[in-house]
Design a protein around this ligand. Structure first.
Ligand code: HEC
Length: 343
């Protein structure tokens, strides 16, 4: 578990660090075609809309990322967004896209005000004060751009932090042989965390699906209005599916939800179908920005738990063995799950 929280806080720190890096003002270019062309060629339009104003994915205008951050998102993927390979968008294309989206967001900030080096928010404040005194409107415009961009980075970091907190609770409760009394309160807090993540961006299918799974976990702990949770769980699953009908993590979490709360989420057979499909589609190793980094090993674990609930020890063992093959270092699988279905 410590490695889980460490990984979460590292990415958080990275994101916050990036937020403090001042974004250099984009150079204005007369030709907007290369960027637009690259935006189309890269497939960004499909999810982000023809002029980056949002479709299945969020609006990208005004752009909240500097080139470095944009490149990391494009190469690493983010949540439901897959990594985009060089073959679809080269580094030059990404630079052109950055330029294009920046231009769509409004008049480019004058070069004179772009910061020479990275600095913190204090530097921004100093620059704003100076610009205010100098009646330097261009510098003020550039400051608006830098700070808006920083805020958007912080929003991503904040969302990641809420998801990380919820995920840590999730693992803590799920890995307990018998959930201790304080689980109820912790899961309620985790639900609040994901709620907050959804307020920051409600178009992320993974967050909706994770919310459904947390509601299902809450159902298993009892002493809460189960009908309310069941309704919530159903609507979160519906939203997740609408956003990413074949999303591997959505399939996984829908399956997990149905294993935990079969009555509310379509039964164990549906769960197994979703988990098998998820196992095929999920990567074997964690990739990129997606957090929590569910992999095919998780699908195998939950398939095992579904089999176990069916009373099929051999089937459960097979699934857990597969999970351990995919994730050899996992002690929960090795020391708890597998022994629980030993011959
Ligand atoms: C298959 C759909 C899809 C494609 C293709 C795609 N994206 Fe995304 N993108 C998304 C989704 C969904 C998110 C939101 C992910 C999240 O917040 O977890 C996202 C997020 C982003 C973000 C972060 C937005 C923010 O501030 O939260 C950027 C920047 C971005 N995409 C740029 C691009 C670019 C550039 C391309 C093309 C090279 C591209 N995307 C292609 C779906 C896609």
């Amino acid at each position: 578990m410590s490695s889980v929280s460490r990984a979460g806080s590292t990415s958080l720190l990275t994101a916050v660090g990036l937020a403090c890096v001042l974004v250099s003002a984009a150079a204005s270019s007369a030709q907007d075609d290369p960027g637009k062309a690259a935006f189309e060629k890269g497939g960004c339009v499909v999810c982000h809309g023809a002029s980056g104003d949002g479709a299945n994915g969020p609006a990208l205008v005004p752009l909240g990322q500097n080139l470095e951050e944009l490149t990391r998102i494009v190469r690493g993927g983010l949540g439901q967004m897959p990594p985009i390979p060089q073959s679809k968008a080269s580094d030059a294309d990404v630079a052109a896209i950055h330029d294009y989206l920046t231009r769509l967001g409004g008049p480019p900030a004058p070069r004179a005000t772009s910061p020479a080096s990275a600095g913190g928010i204090e530097d921004v404040n100093v620059r704003i004060d100076r610009a205010r005194l100098d009646h330097d409107l261009a510098a003020l415009a550039a400051a608006v751009e830098s700070t808006t961009s920083a805020l958007s980075q912080i929003a991503i970091a904040e969302r990641t932090a809420h998801l990380a907190a919820a995920y840590a609770t999730w693992e803590w409760v799920v890995q307990q042989p018998t959930p201790p009394p304080q689980s109820t309160k912790l899961v309620d807090q985790a639900i609040d965390h994901v709620e907050r993540a959804l307020q920051l961006n409600d178009r992320v299918a993974d967050s909706h699906a994770f919310m459904a799974a947390l509601c299902a976990l809450r159902v298993t702990l009892g002493s809460s209005p189960a009908p309310t949770l069941a309704a919530r769980l159903g609507s979160e699953l519906a939203q997740a599916t609408a956003l990413a009908p074949d999303g591997p993590r959505v399939l996984l979490l829908a399956g997990v939800t149905a294993v935990l709360a079969p009555a509310a989420a379509g039964g164990l057979d549906a769960a197994e179908r979703q988990l098998r499909r998820a196992q095929e589609l999920l990567p074997e190793a964690a990739t990129g920005f997606a957090w929590p980094a569910w992999t095919s090993a998780d699908a195998a674990v939950w398939l095992g738990r579904a089999r176990q609930q069916h009373g099929d020890k051999a089937g459960a063992r097979k699934a857990y063995e597969e999970a351990l093959r995919l994730r050899p270092r996992d002690r929960w699988i090795a020391q708890v799950l597998l022994p629980s279905v030993a011959r």
